[in-house]
Ligand binder design. Structure first.
Ligand SMILES: C[S@@+](CC[C@H](N)C(=O)[O-])C[C@H]1O[C@@H](n2cnc3c(N)ncnc32)[C@H](O)[C@@H]1O
Length: 376
């Protein structure tokens, strides 16, 4: 267990080569003029890089000992061992960076790691975190602790981040042992969504396996689906959202049913995970307003071009298809007076392999709509 600060960290290719990409991703979602805590600040490279980018105004850095290489008045260092440090003694700040430190603390005690995250999420407006992952294969003490405690990154993140209602995925980057790490921004509570600024709007090409999305500005003669439209939007906090707008008749009803189907699928996915130890989830909107659904943006789901359609076997392993199929076979019963039916009969939802498991999304209703029309 480390008692001394990790020297020469950024001379390791796995750390040095990804620093700029991490700093850029963090700078994008940092409120201007922010004061941050930088827990496990090492030689101050992260705080210094954010100061250089004009992304923060001040940083309180904490590490096992003072190895600060970037000495400047905006970086205030304090020696602290996060295994035992009294978290109540941390200063006030606009947000927290706890970068590539938590796996060390999990190696010490997963309960302490959880206590730290819960405390930070409860006290500070947001927490930005990355940490060692299951994709890294090496005989490190923290990696052995992972295997002892969980079966996957998804299960570990569910445990550690359970008090964060909003989890934005900022970046996936390569690291040691051919692995990948994920950078997150966590919020304990949702914030009001007024004033989202649209960055770009997309439409879908029909009938393609990929369900290709093309920017509306470039649609030209291309035949596009005119029943829904998607937009990438950004909040004042710099966070990205994905907006799905139902067009045409019954827009609010269709959006409302999708919302309900996604919620039911989320519940079913949780039950399946508990029983079968899978990493299945449903992508649920964070807001619905008339015919408009708003989602947290997830880069791997909405990378621009591809949203996977139900020809799952062309894209996914049999095991992944089976997980989607188990969810699709669950009967859902949401609207009073309508017959329960299998999720896959109520809508043609899609699946996608995401950084946190298999994600089901896009629960556009058709059968329920037919039933509703028949009843009307
Ligand atoms: C892998 S480095 C990450 C440096 C920087 N945060 C980044 O992400 O680029 C982990 C840092 O956490 C520090 N550290 C490890 N255990 C710690 C503990 N118990 N308390 C405080 N700092 C610790 C190490 O000294 C090291 O500087």
């Amino acid at each position: 267990m480390a008692t001394k600060a990790q020297r020469d960290y950024y001379t390791m290719p796995a750390a040095g080569e990804v620093l700029d990409a991490r700093l850029d991703a963090i700078a994008e979602v940092m409120p201007k003029g922010a004061t941050v805590l930088d827990l496990g600040c090492n030689d101050g490279s992260v705080s210094n890089g954010l100061l250089e980018r004009g992304a923060i105004a001040k940083s309180f850095g904490f590490d096992l000992e003072d190895i600060i290489a970037h000495r400047r008045p905006e970086i205030v260092f304090q020696a602290a061992d996060m295994k035992t440090f009294d978290l109540g003694a941390l200063p006030d700040a606009d947000g927290v960076l706890i970068l590539n430190l938590l796996h060390h603390l999990v190696g010490f005690s997963k309960e302490r790691a959880k206590e730290i995250i819960d405390t930070l999420i409860a006290r500070y407006p947001f927490v930005i975190i990355d940490m060692g992952s299951f994709t890294e294969n090496g005989d490190w003490y923290w990696r052995r602790a992972y295997t002892r405690n969980w079966k996957s990154d998804a299960e570990m993140w569910s445990f550690l981040f359970s008090s964060a209602k909003w989890r934005f995925k900022l970046l996936r980057y390569p690291t040691q042992g051919k692995g990948q790490r994920t950078l997150w921004k966590l919020y304990r509570d949702p914030y009001p969504l007024e004033g989202l600024e649209t960055v770009e709007t997309f439409k879908r090409v029909p009938g393609t396996l990929h369900k290709k999305l093309i920017p509306v500005a470039q649609v030209g003669d291309t035949v596009v689906v005119n029943s829904v439209e998607f937009s990438l939007a950004r909040s004042r906090q710099g966070d990205k959202f994905w907006i799905k707008r139902y067009l045409g008749g019954n827009a609010a009803l269709r959006a409302g049913i999708e919302c309900e189907l996604a919620r039911l699928a989320g519940q079913e996915a949780m039950l399946i995970n508990q029983r079968a130890r899978r990493d299945l989830r449903a992508v649920e909107p964070v807001a619905v307003d008339g015919g408009v659904l708003t989602f947290l943006f997830e880069p791997e789901l909405f990378a621009g071009e591809i949203v996977h359609f139900q020809d799952w076997s062309d894209f996914f392993t049999p095991e992944q298809c089976k997980a989607g199929g188990v969810l699709g076979a669950r009967p859902v019963s949401a609207l009073p007076g309508l017959q329960p039916m299998k999720l896959l009969s109520a809508c043609d939802f899609q699946i996608c392999v995401t950084w946190d498991g298999i994600s089901a999304l896009d629960f556009e209703p058709y059968n329920w709509l037919t039933q509703l029309r028949a009843r009307a």
